[in-house]
Design a protein around this ligand. Structure first.
Ligand code: MN
Length: 281
């Protein structure tokens, strides 16, 4: 929501605004891991006293859920690059669509593709565990953004197949609002394997202004005693990342560039209000 780039000026501005709005963690997109300067990013985080998570989705030519071995190999290489940056900047979580391309597939996943994705995440998890305590969060997204994990039920089955302790489920209310029958039931299904949460509105705009059932989400989070990060994710055509905006179909402007600070601090207040209401604090 802050910036479409990650120059030193972008990073310092995003970190300053995140801290000023009262947050203690920032999430950095890693769709192009090489675009993130590790030392500069560490400095920006340190200056503003922020923890950090990273997120990415794979591309169709570097997809670990492909049937094609060379495409899977490119996906593994991209994940390794992203892990290097995540470990380098001290990320607590590396999240997103790590198991699939981010985009609309023209057909359902094959069983071979599924097995390739499980093997890739298992491999990445072992590699991550050797190097740091970074957790890998598998983000469950809607059917137009992956053909593999659209619901918490599917994610739990996948997680059990991967069977590595440093892999967790990452839920996002924007996607849950499309695919889950109940946000609370989805959270309960994940239980203590839920490790990362994106709060986003139904139009990906201001939190609390749309039709996402946040009471249901926070009831679930309280019942499973959730203690992981909650990050606010929002998009507007006023902040354009060439990597991300087009693939997420950000064609409209639910808020303006000058409203970013207010949007961030309002979202934090909304989340804290929900946490208090449902006894999560
Ligand atoms: Mn998300």
């Amino acid at each position: 929501m802050w910036t479409g780039g990650w120059s030193a000026a972008d990073a310092n501005d995003a970190c300053a605004r995140t801290a000023a709005a009262g947050y203690d963690i920032i999430e950095i997109p890693l769709l192009n891991p090489r675009a993130v300067d590790v030392e500069m990013t560490r400095n920006a985080l340190g200056t503003h006293g922020l923890r950090v998570a990273t997120s990415l989705g794979l591309s169709f030519d570097a997809d670990v859920s492909s049937d094609d071995a060379s495409c899977v190999a490119r996906g593994n290489a991209l994940l390794d690059e992203a892990l290097d940056v995540s470990v380098g900047i001290g990320a607590t979580h590396m999240c997103g669509i790590l198991y699939s391309a981010l985009g609309k597939y023209p057909r359902r996943a094959t069983s071979r593709g599924y097995r390739n994705a499980v093997a890739a995440i298992k491999r990445l998890a072992k590699r991550a565990a050797e190097r740091s305590d970074v957790a890998l969060g598998l983000e469950v997204v809607n059917r137009y953004e992956t053909n593999l994990l659209n619901t918490a039920t599917q994610a739990m089955a996948f997680l059990n197949d991967v069977d590595e302790p440093n892999v967790v489920i990452h839920l996002d209310t924007y996607h849950m609002n499309i695919e889950e029958r109940s946000l609370e039931a989805a959270v309960l299904e994940c239980g203590d394997r839920l490790g990362y949460v994106h709060v986003g509105e139904s139009d990906r705009g201001a939190l609390g202004s749309g039709n996402v059932d946040f009471d249901s989400l926070f009831r679930g989070l309280a019942r499973v005693h959730y203690r992981g990060p909650i990050t606010f994710e929002s998009f507007s055509g006023d902040v354009v990342s060439p990597d991300l905006s087009d693939v997420l179909c950000i064609w409209r402007n639910p808020w303006g560039f000058e409203q970013r600070d207010e949007l961030a601090s309002d979202a934090r207040s909304f989340v804290l209000g929900m946490m208090d209401k449902h006894g999560l604090r």
